[in-house]
Ligand binder design. Structure first.
Ligand code: 5GP
Length: 120
C-alpha cells in the first residue's frame, strides 16, 4: 500500500497538527494518544514514511530501525512504566484494524493490564 504523506501522523511530524510530545530522537517521535485507553497510552512513530512494520523493515536503514526501537524503550522509561511493566502493541493492516497508515507502536501502562492478549 502506498504511503499517504497527508496522514495524521505525517502532519504531526511536519508540525501542521499539535501533539503532546513525550520524547523524540533522530528517528522517532513519541506523543500521547488523543484517546487514551490506559493511564499511560503513548504512540511512538518512526520519522520515515512507512505504512507498516514490513514496509519499514524493507525500506529503513538499520540505524533508523535501531533508533525507533530505542525510542520505544526510552519513552516507556520516561513515562515511568519501566519498573511496573507495560505492553507494546503495533496494529498492522486490515485484520488488526490499523487506523492511521503511518507505522506506530502503542505503549500501554500505568495499571494492571488484563492477562488476555486480545479480545475479539
Ligand atoms: P491504530 O488503530 O492505527 O493502531 O491507532 C491509531 C491511534 O491514533 C488511535 O489510538 C487514536 O486514538 C490515535 N490518534 C488518531 N488521531 C490522532 C491525533 O490526531 N493525535 C493523537 N495524538 N492521536 C491520534
Amino acid at each position: 500500500m502506498a504511503y499517504d504523506p497527508n496522514n495524521i501522523f505525517a502532519r504531526i511530524l511536519r508540525g501542521e497538527l499539535p501533539c503532546q510530545k513525550v520524547y523524540e530522537n533522530d528517528h522517532a517521535l513519541a506523543f500521547n494518544d488523543i484517546n487514551p485507553l490506559m493511564p499511560v497510552h503513548i504512540l511512538v512513530i518512526p520519522k520515515g514514511p512507512y505504512v507498516t512494520l514490513a514496509d519499514m523493515t524493507a525500506k529503513a536503514t538499520a540505524e533508523e530501525i535501531a533508533g525507533f526501537l530505542a525510542a520505544v524503550a526510552e519513552t516507556a522509561r520516561l513515562a515511568g512504566v519501566e519498573d511496573e511493566g507495560y505492553r507494546i502493541v503495533g496494529n498492522n493492516g486490515r485484520h488488526a484494524n490499523q487506523e492511521v497508515l503511518h507505522f506506530h507502536v502503542h505503549i500501554f501502562g500505568g495499571r494492571q493490564i488484563g492477562g488476555r492478549m486480545i479480545k475479539s
